[in-house]
Design a protein around this ligand. Structure first.
Ligand SMILES: [Zn+2]
Length: 435
């Protein structure tokens, strides 16, 4: 059948009428339901007028809703897979998993990072050692902002930062490294506040000389430390270093309860810790020896194999470290060196009394001149820390084992069975002894 223009118009009119009738029928249906639900006796004309201006109502399955109110999450219908859109390139993905995979492959941004001598500094760090250009690495960085002592610098690059870290000796650098890995994304940034305190060798030498002259004696007083810290050599960029040396000597006086010290005994260890924190950055004889003494005081044998140049201390480590699985240096060579050099020493720093006793006892072990009475007397010292007592018992047990004094060895080992870090060794030796 061919449709003329008029018939087309009539056909459309009929379609529209049909649509209207269908809508009218649906309206009647709804109206019936609403009336039944609300039991309202509203006349049809009025209700029709009202219905046209009413909002729709989403009906929800009563059992599911009840279950939801009861707190059953499973009552909620499961969502179908999410349509995800990449925020950077606009690509669409079905499901978050696919989008995550795409993001990590196509738009991955790494945190920018600064490495100094292979290590990332803390975000607020102090640099105490001089740095060479090869020691500074900057990775994942597209933009650098630097302020020196609060003044922003212009035209910065990783090379600017490298040059500053190598050249500056006494300043504060605030460094903002940024990685704009994606033009439409905020850059990832990493901030470092670097206090650069790198004294020169001559400045440090002057401090060490004053320290040895004023404080390397066995009769130091707190006022000597004050005097040392008032010396011109201890001012300026070396101040932190000098303060740390002072803290060590204060620790010695507190631990021994002498030299005008009134602080509680336990403060000694805290002062030792403060000294170690700063002094461990300096590769010089005085701080190396002090740090090694402080580590020995706290039974930290992690750097036991590093020679300090202070023979008695090195021998003490050589005796004690093997009990913790560190290999033993050649003691025969040590013995001869000990005899040869023992009278040719110069004072370097004070040592607290119990630590000094421990060094002496260790030397006795090495020279095989031990008498058990000396070790036993040392265990009765009134100002022993738990760590020092443990070391003395280890030396006692070692001496007793050498002398085949099984009873004394067993007694000492039993006391060490639960004492860190010697417990495993003590248990092993005890088992061998009791076979
Ligand atoms: Zn993308």
């Amino acid at each position: 059948m061919e449709l003329t223009c008029d018939t087309k118009y009539s056909f459309r009119l009929l379609q529209q009428m049909g649509g209207l009738l269908r809508r009218q029928w649906r309206l009647e249906q709804c109206l019936g339901k609403v009336r039944a639900l609300a039991s309202l006796s509203i006349d049809q004309t009025e209700s029709e007028t009202r219905l046209q201006s009413y909002m729709g109502i989403a009906s929800y399955r009563e059992d599911l809703l009840a279950a939801f109110w009861e707190g059953e999450p499973t009552a909620l219908p499961r969502s179908t897979k999410l349509q995800c859109r990449c925020p950077f390139c606009g690509l669409d993905f079905v499901g978050k998993k696919d989008l995550s995979a795409h993001l990590s492959l196509a738009h991955r941004g790494e945190r920018p990072v600064l490495l100094i001598a292979g290590r990332e500094p803390e975000s607020d760090a102090t640099i105490r050692q001089s740095i060479g250009p090869d020691d500074v690495t900057v990775e994942n960085c597209t933009l650098v902002r630097i302020s020196r002592s609060g003044v922003p610098l212009r035209g910065n690059s990783p090379d600017t930062l490298r040059a500053l870290l190598c050249d500056e000796t006494n300043t504060v650098l605030e460094v903002d490294l940024m990685n704009r890995f994606e033009t439409s994304a905020d850059p990832i940034s990493q901030f470092y506040r670097l206090s650069v305190r790198v004294p020169g060798k001559l400045e440090l030498d002057a401090v060490d000389r004053d320290f040895v002259r004023l404080l390397a004696s066995n009769n130091v007083h707190l006022s000597d430390i004050d005097y040392f810290l008032s010396r011109p050599s201890t001012q300026g960029v070396v101040r932190e270093y000098a303060d740390a040396l002072g803290a060590y000597v204060r620790g010695v006086l507190v631990k021994d309860g002498r030299g005008g010290s009134t602080l509680p005994f336990s403060e000694g260890g805290i002062l030792y810790g403060k000294a170690l924190e700063i002094l461990q950055s300096f590769r010089r004889p005085l701080p190396i020896v002090i740090c090694s003494l402080v580590r020995l005081a706290s039974n930290d044998f992690t750097l036991a194999r590093e020679k300090t140049g202070f023979d008695r201390l090195d021998y003490c480590y050589a005796i004690l470290a093997p009990t913790l699985g560190h290999s033993l240096p050649n003691l025969t060579e040590n013995q001869t060196r000990l005899r040869r050099t023992i009278d040719k020493t110069v004072p370097l720093c004070p040592i607290d009394e119990t630590l000094d006793t421990i060094l002496t006892l260790a030397a006795l072990n090495i020279e095989q001149q031990q008498s058990l009475a000396q070790y036993l007397r040392a265990t009765e010292h009134p100002r022993l820390t738990g760590q020092d007592r443990a070391k003395i018992y280890v030396l006692l047990a070692l001496a007793a084992l050498q002398l085949n004094a099984a009873f004394e060895a067993r007694e000492a080992l039993r006391l060490l069975r639960n004492v860190y870090p010697f417990e495993a060794w003590a248990t092993r030796e005890l088992n061998t002894l009791e076979g």
